[in-house]
Design a protein around this ligand. Structure first.
Ligand code: NAP
Length: 301
C-alpha cells in the first residue's frame, strides 16, 4: 500500500509541519487539510501548509489514503467523528497525540471498522498555531507508532514508511508502555516546569520583576517549557492520568530523599545523583536528541 494522498486535520504546529515537510522533502504525496478555525484555515492557505485547504473535514479527507489527526488529544474523538462521512474505505487513520492509550480508545470508538493506527512524533516546540510549523521538525526525531493488536501489516508498513520519509526514526510500542515512558520523559517535566514557574510567580517575598530579571539562573529554561500550549497540556494530563500519577509518585519519593540529604548535609548523595544525571545529558547529545552547544545553542544578545 502506498500513500499518494494525505489529509491533515488540525493545521497548527504539528499539522502544518507535516504538510511543509511533505513538500520540502519532495514526496510524491498530495496534501489536503482542514481546521475548525476559519482564521487558521486562511493562514494555512497563505503559508501553503497543505496543497488544498477545505471548508469541511468531510471534504478534506475525500480520497485520502492516510488521514492524520493533529488536534489536541481531548478533541480527537470530535475530529474523528467529523471525518467519518468522507473517509475512503481503504484509508488509514492516524494521529500525532501526545498520549496514546486514551486516543486509541477514542478513535476506535468513533470510527468502527476503520484502519486506525495511532502514532506520536516525539518532536515539538512550545509554539502553537498555523505560523508555528516548520519543515524540519521531524528530522532525526523519533516517531512512536502504537499499532493495535490486529493491525493490518501493510497499513503499518505504509505508515512507518511515511514517517521515515519525513526524516523520522520509527519505533513500534505498546500504547500503555508509550504512556509510561512519555510520562517520565515529557509529561512530568512539563508538570514540574508549570509548578516551578507558578511557585516563583506566587512568592510574596520575591517580586515579579526579580523573577524575570534573574531568570538566567535555570529558571529561564523552565519558563520556555511552561509557555507550552495550555489546551494541549491540560488534555495530556487528563488523558494520561494513570501513568502520570504513577511516575509522580516515584518522583515525589526521590524528591523527598533529596530533601533529606540536603537537611542532613549528605553531600555524597547529592554528588552521586548529579554525576549520574550529567551522564544522561551527555547521552542525549550523543544520540542527536539535543544541541551540544552551551546554553542550547542560543545566541545571547
Ligand atoms: P496547535 O498548534 O494548537 O494546533 C491544533 C489545531 O487543531 C488548532 O488550530 C486547533 O484549533 C485545531 N483544532 C482543535 N480542535 C479541533 C477539532 N475538533 N477539529 C479540527 N481542528 C481542531 O497544536 P499542536 O502543537 O499542533 O498539537 C496537536 C497535537 O499534537 C496534540 O494532540 C499534541 O498532543 C500533539 N503533539 C504536540 C507536540 C508539541 O510540542 N506541540 C509534540 C508532539 C505531539 P483551535 O485553536 O481553534 O482550538
Amino acid at each position: 500500500m502506498t500513500i499518494r494522498h494525505l489529509a491533515i486535520i488540525g493545521l497548527g504546529l504539528l499539522g502544518g509541519s507535516i504538510g511543509l515537510a511533505v513538500t520540502a522533502r519532495g514526496l510524491a504525496v498530495t496534501t489536503a487539510g482542514w481546521d475548525r478555525d476559519p482564521a487558521v484555515r486562511q493562514r494555512a492557505a497563505e503559508r501553503g501548509l497543505v496543497g488544498t485547504v477545505h471548508e469541511t473535514a468531510e471534504a478534506a479527507v475525500q480520497g485520502a489514503d492516510l488521514v492524520i489527526l493533529c488536534v489536541p488529544v481531548g478533541a480527537m474523538a470530535d475530529a474523528a467523528r467529523a471525518i467519518a462521512p468522507g473517509l475512503a474505505p481503504h484509508a488509514i487513520v492516524s494521529d500525532v497525540g501526545s498520549s496514546k492509550a486514551a486516543v486509541a480508545e477514542a478513535l476506535a470508538e468513533a470510527l468502527p471498522g476503520a484502519t486506525v493506527i495511532p502514532a506520536h512524533p516525539v518532536a515539538g516546540t512550545e509554539q502553537s498555531g498555523p505560523d508555528a510549523g516548520f519543515a524540519t521538525l521531524f528530522a532525526g526525531r523519533w516517531c512512536i507508532i502504537t499499532p493495535p493488536d490486529a493491525c493490518d501489516p501493510a497499513a503499518l508498513e505504509a505508515l512507518s514508511a511515511f514517517w521515515t520519509a519525513l526524516g523520522s526514526r520509527v519505533e513500534l510500542m505498546d500504547a500503555a508502555h508509550h504512556d509510561l515512558v512519555l510520562a517520565v520523559t515529557s509529561h512530568i517535566p512539563h508538570l514540574i516546569a508549570y509548578t516551578i514557574v507558578g511557585t516563583a510567580s506566587d512568592l510574596e517575598d520575591v517580586t515579579q520583576s526579580e523573577v524575570i530579571k534573574y531568570s538566567a539562573g535555570g529558571f529561564r529554561d523552565f519558563t520556555r517549557i511552561a509557555a507550552s500550549d495550555p489546551v494541549m497540556w491540560r488534555d495530556v494530563f487528563l488523558t494520561n492520568r494513570g501513568a502520570v500519577l504513577e511516575m509522580l509518585g516515584r518522583f515525589t519519593e526521590d524528591l523527598t530523599a533529596l530533601q533529606r540529604a540536603i537537611r542532613s548535609g549528605d553531600g555524597d548523595t547529592l554528588f552521586d545523583l548529579f554525576t549520574r544525571t550529567r551522564a544522561i545529558r551527555r547521552a542525549v547529545i550523543e544520540q542527536g536528541q539535543d544541541d551540544e552547544r552551551p546554553d542550547f545553542g542560543r545566541v545571547n544578545k
